[in-house]
Design a binder for this molecule. Sequence first.
Ligand SMILES: [Zn+2]
Length: 314
Amino acid sequence: MNSLTSKQSTWNWQNTQEILCPICGFDRYISIYSRLDYLDIVSCQSCSFRFVQPQPTHEELLRFYQEGYFSGNHDFHQDTNYFESREKAIESEQVTGWQFIKQHTDVFNKRFLDLGCADGALLVLARQYGARKVAGVEFSSDAADYGRLHYGLEILESSADKLLFSDQSFDIITAFDLIEHVQNPSQLFDEVSRVLCSGGIFLGGCPDMECFDDWGAEWIGVQRNMEHLSYFDSKTLSRLANKSGLKVILFEYQGFPLNNKQYKNYQALKPLSLVSKLLQPDVWSYNVLQKLRVQLKRPKHFHELMFVLQKVEL
Ligand SMILES: [Zn+2]
């Protein structure tokens, strides 16, 4: 067992609760996978949405995020100084989601809101690129404090499914690696739709559960991140978007659907030195092949499902 999985299996949820399907409210589901934290991933028998059942309570999640989510106690940022690495990412414009945002919209003179903004690195970049107003929402007070203090940003501490902003107050809303974390995705999408102006854009990305259909329990997406509560694919995500008055502009598939062993090696490969390539040719060649597949525009079952949605014009 590698350090990732052994660390995760020691995380015990003390309070969980049974829920109805977060998208359609149906009460029957079938279990498709049992996670390392002993919670199940189930599929709704009415709408096929896949989610965790039972779910950790709000207080439990708060405890999880407050206990070192961004300072490395949980696997997500293990052994890295999160805030330091983000500062470097801002300089090189490599903050998660930024290139995708630049590719699909222009932030100049726009009102820009990032959900799950952590220290607000995306907000810093949006401000540099001329956004008229930038604001963020973050569940973890450590990260929010850092962003306010170091970058002078407006960051509200709350969960993203209750937005404390007035109707139609933003032109662009982003959520990278966020929608799979929230307890009430249906409410989140309603809130995004409410806060977006007519014709406004909602961009983001989340793990693509279609990888599970191919890889099953091998897929790293179900092996780690026990804080993930929802497992989206393009079908369930479009259904959710449409229900909230958002239409799908595009889906894009990014990354590589690594299994557990490849992931471990992939982590070890960073940065990709010549020596590492020579030592682990299987992982390196796998990545090269995946990149070729992207070039050939035959994307299928990538790790990340990226989306651009637009609020239907009123
Ligand atoms: Zn359902």
